[in-house]
Design a protein around this ligand. Structure first.
Ligand SMILES: NC(=O)c1ccc[n+]([C@@H]2O[C@H](COP(=O)([O-])OP(=O)(O)OC[C@H]3O[C@@H](n4cnc5c(N)ncnc54)[C@H](O)[C@@H]3O)[C@@H](O)[C@H]2O)c1
Length: 273
């Protein structure tokens, strides 16, 4: 059900790769709520062609940009304002990638060049997006910027390796830039810490199926699905959350408050029998 929560708002949505992507669901719901936006992804991701399907459904234009390139981001923000006819009200940063995870490197054997690439793509890109928006004065007052994070920023999930540091940095950038954006333009900046979700980035993490199940059994509401994450993003882009900023918001079905659950106890007892 749509409530017109984003009527008249203009946005940039990064990171829709295919139908499973969290950004894909956000785009569909933003459209339903009345927003106009452009879609962006890395030039390499464009080759898969999936994003064009989404663009058609949403009547949105696609602007390729490597989120680690300030030059690409400058072009993106400039073109987005031209296409949409004004300054930007909301930005979704739904970008993550670790070459070390892709190659299955253990934490003690990380390739440091790849580590830097992980940080650049998954965390520094968030700073670059906001620095470009600031330099071009591209955000409207009371706008909203959201990035997606994961609880491995605070807790240890061994197979998440260098992405844990990337997420910790991402959340820290949200606080530091959130201060600056609030002071300059009354723009809010938050991260949403989402449950494990079956997407290309998610399932690339070693042992994903097991920790997806574990997390589901530990969360009293179960893992939050991607559609529900999109709902939450929409509320943060809407005018109903104008004073929420510099937060890491847990969207995890209760996982982060749990010690152990009966479901996990029962599972372990069953294994002992
Ligand atoms: N899937 C999960 O379990 C989960 C849980 C919590 C948080 N997240 C986060 O959600 C976000 C979206 O991931 P997803 O799960 O929808 O997976 P996804 O694979 O669909 O999305 C990741 C996106 O990052 C893009 N990307 C990679 N390098 C880029 C670059 N240099 N420039 C621009 N874009 C680039 C990819 O093309 C892709 O569209 C990520 O930040 C991820 O860490 C995912």
């Amino acid at each position: 059900m749509a409530y017109n929560l984003l009527k008249g708002k203009r946005g940039i949505i990064f990171g829709a790769l295919d139908e499973k992507s969290i950004a894909w669901k956000v785009a569909l719901q933003a459209k339903e709520e009345g927003a106009e936006f452009v879609l962006s992804n890395a030039p390499l991701a464009m080759r898969m062609g999936e994003i064009n399907k989404l663009a058609e459904i949403c009547n949105a234009q696609v602007i390729p940009a490597d989120a680690t390139s300030v030059e690409d981001l400058e072009k993106l923000f400039t073109q987005a304002q031209e296409i949409l006819g004004g300054k930007i009200d909301f930005v979704l940063h739904s970008i993550g990638m670790s070459p070390n995870i892709r190659k299955g490197k253990a934490y003690g054997e990380l390739n440091y060049e790849w580590f830097q690439r992980t940080l650049d793509v998954s965390a520094l890109s968030f700073h670059k997006v906001m620095a470009v928006a600031e330099k071009l004065d591209a955000m409207n007052e009371w706008g909203s910027i959201v990035a997606l994070s994961y609880i491995a920023a605070q807790r240890v999930f061994p197979d998440y390796t260098d992405m844990a540091q990337a997420k910790a940095m991402l959340e820290s950038i949200a606080r530091s830039y959130g201060y600056r954006m609030a002071k300059q333009k009354k723009v809010r900046v938050n991260t949403i810490s989402q449950s494990p979700t079956k997407t290309t980035a998610g399932t690339g993490v070693g042992g994903f199926d097991v920790f997806y199940e574990y997390s589901d059994k530990m969360s009293p509401l179960g893992n939050a699905p991607a559609e529900a994450c999109a709902d939450y993003c929409i509320t943060l882009f809407s005018d109903l959350t104008r004073y929420v900023t510099m937060q890491n918001l847990l969207h995890d079905g209760g996982f982060s408050s749990m010690g152990i659950s009966e479901d996990v106890v029962n599972l372990m007892m069953a294994n002992q029998q």
